[in-house]
Design a protein around this ligand. Sequence first.
Ligand code: UDX
Ligand code: UDX
Length: 450
Amino acid sequence: MQLAMIGAGYVGLTTGVCLATLGHDVQIYDSNPDRLGQLMAAKVPIYEPGLEDELRRQISAGRLSFSPLMRRAVANARAVFLAVGTPAAADGSVDLAQIEQAAREVAPHLQNGATIVIKSTVGAGTSRRVREIVAEARGALDISVASNPEFLREGSALQDFMEPDRIVLGYDDPRAGEVLAEIYAPLAEAAPIVHTSTTNAELSKHAANAFLALKIGFVNEVADLCERVGGDIGAVARSIGLDRRIGPDFLKAGPGFGGSCFPKDTRAFAAAGRRHGAPLDLVESVIRRNDHRQATLARRIVTAAGLQEGDDVAILGAAFKADTDDVRESPALRIAGYLIGMGVRLKMHDPKAARNGQRLLPQAGWVDTPYEAAIGAKALVILTEWPQYRQIDLQHLAAAMDGCHLFDYRNLLDRRAVEAAGLVHHRIGTAPRSLHAPITVGLAGRARAG
Ligand code: UDX
Ligand code: UDX
């Protein structure tokens, strides 16, 4: 099927490439000429594993192209996806300016009977509103507007597209349903397809992300309790996660959730609840607790390591999670920002997100290896779960450091290995050793711990 994608951001680009993989003819347009220029040269401006290779394959196969002319991209398309930005408005609700503008722009150029598919995350009722905008722009009601939310995780977006848990197709007229079903027919065996209204599809996206955020917020609160009573969140999370009604995923305690979706989507969902007189108290609470979490952890680091103004601290990780260079609403950068605010000097490392991190936090020193970051550091803090940090040479780190506190805030490292290197291991959701077991650190460790 001939398809067009408006917006070549993270979501539009990944979705456009994957739709070509399914066998469709996809033309992608973006209003940003620099971005489009790069893509036309087959260069992917974001880091997403496998995306650039797949993009090149689809271009070579003749199924994927980039068009600097929006009109040309949409003219023959049976469906036009909108994946433009949907930032937060001041009250947390979804700012629909880009969606509305894109709808107005494409409307006059669509062929009769085409379907606009909203891919960007939007609040309940948006598809219906876009339908009115398009009808007004065309002076006719011949265009369907559908909602097809994405559930792509950065770092595994291609796999999430090809092997989804479900595909949600929201439409209010049967013609749009047929078009969407045809587009996703190659995945019909692989995943359940939910056919529903546009409003339900829009609500499903916000509700899914809010629920996952609740799971993370919950496990972080239980982790705090574990620390007080001599528990271990790893064991507790595993025990509850094996209950099939709860499920094992999204129960990793850490520095709080970040990224371009969870913080924004939970706020938007909560704002919708307030606006429509159906308050989402659980969601409001998880947002508040998550927002405070980074300041709390920064204070914990300063206190536990006895940091003084001017002390050096190493931070490993800037991305909001591993396998991405994305630092939007990254808990790592927020903790780093609080530490700088408290007078600590930072050296930061991230294998992929250093450049983006440096833009937001130029006050920190940015280095190329974890070991450089550790030189002279009174404390070292791991904030992103990059696999290479699991393999880190702890003896090398300890030798470079000037202090002995390792804050493993993604729970990556083995306690015995950390202690064998003479470092004090601070984890999330595990009580300090004195509470639940005799201390058995080696001599070096005891000496360093003072
Ligand atoms: C966006 C939304 O912000 C998110 O909520 C949703 O779930 C998916 O789409 P993302 O792809 O990360 O996420 O957005 P962004 O990186 O802002 O990309 C949007 C692209 O659309 C940009 O490249 C921008 O240049 C382009 N755009 C924007 C247009 O082509 N036309 C416009 O009118 C506006
Ligand atoms: C999320 C959703 O998973 C995806 O379905 C949606 O469409 C877009 O938003 P993404 O933002 O890429 O994807 O990241 P995700 O893997 O969901 O992680 C979000 C945040 O939660 C990260 O900061 C991550 O570190 C944190 N997290 C996740 C935890 O702290 N613990 C967990 O167990 C899982």
